[in-house]
Design a protein around this ligand. Structure first.
Ligand SMILES: [Zn+2]
Length: 265
């Protein structure tokens, strides 16, 4: 194969490694976004469970104020009883006192119900706090792992860039610029592709026998007429060496055979 093609395939491999690093960094960024969403969810769940508890406590406080008002009414009407002049006024006061007492009992029942739900909400808030704490610890661990992963990818990418640029600088300027003109700043783009059964490995367009012939000769850089990618022929794999034949049954060595790796001149 043309040695420039070999070098360009190597350069392409280096570019693909850089692209892999870039994808790795964007995956890390996506994981960070997921973490931020999760963190907000955990905070919101915790906030909600606290909010319900506070609401129930406020409601209880209000009921207690109402109960106190009923008590005051009972006391007030009780003292007024001493000053009433008529039987009707007396009866009216007694009925108000009875009504206030009944209302107080209803309010006290409501407080009891509320106290049960406050207890349940307190348990929930505590459990939610525990879960949130656990989730936060997990997320902090994940964050540190992402930091480490990102730092590792960045360090590797920096080394890859130095290696790539120095390798590219060693190529003839016209070869390099031809490759880069096809790649156009897309490190993941295959600019050098194999010919597979007379078809361009990049755009799958059929190639003329004449063009394939030029590629096979390997004397110059040949590009696909359809997609402009640089073409090459994958060399046939080296056939495995023929193992030396086993000795004949009478113990004598078999007649020497001509190995494929040692053509007789
Ligand atoms: Zn093509």
């Amino acid at each position: 194969m043309n040695e420039m093609i070999v070098a360009l395939i190597r350069l392409q491999e280096m570019d693909k490694e850089r692209e892999a690093a870039r994808l790795g960094i964007s995956q890390v960024a996506a994981c960070r976004e997921d973490l931020a969403v999760r963190r907000a969810e955990v905070a919101a769940a915790q906030e909600n469970s606290k909010k319900f508890l506070v609401e129930a406590q406020v409601q209880r406080k209000n009921l207690e104020i109402e109960i106190e008002a009923k008590d005051q009414a009972v006391r007030k009407h009780g003292s007024e009883l001493n000053n009433v002049k008529s039987n009707d006024a007396y009866k009216a006061l007694i009925s108000e006192i009875e009504a206030a007492k009944k209302e107080k009992v209803i309010l006290e029942d409501q407080v009891l119900v509320l106290m049960e739900s406050i207890e349940a909400l307190q348990k929930e808030a505590k459990a939610s706090e525990g879960e949130a704490q656990k989730a936060r610890l997990e997320m902090e661990g994940r964050e540190r792992a992402l930091d480490a992963e990102e730092a590792e990818i960045n360090a590797k990418a920096a080394a890859q860039k130095i290696a790539r640029d120095s390798f590219a600088a060693g190529l003839p300027a016209d070869v390099r610029s031809r490759y880069e003109a096809i790649q156009r700043g897309r490190p993941g783009y295959a600019a050098v592709v194999p010919v597979n059964a007379m078809v361009c490995g990049g755009c799958r367009t059929g190639l003329t026998p004449n063009l394939v012939n030029q590629v096979m000769k390997g004397k110059e850089i040949v590009t696909c007429e359809s997609c402009s990618r640089i073409l090459y022929i994958v060399p046939k794999p080296v056939e495995p060496a023929v193992s030396s034949p086993a000795p004949l049954p009478d113990g004598t060595a078999p007649a020497a055979s001509v190995g494929i790796d040692s053509p007789s001149h």
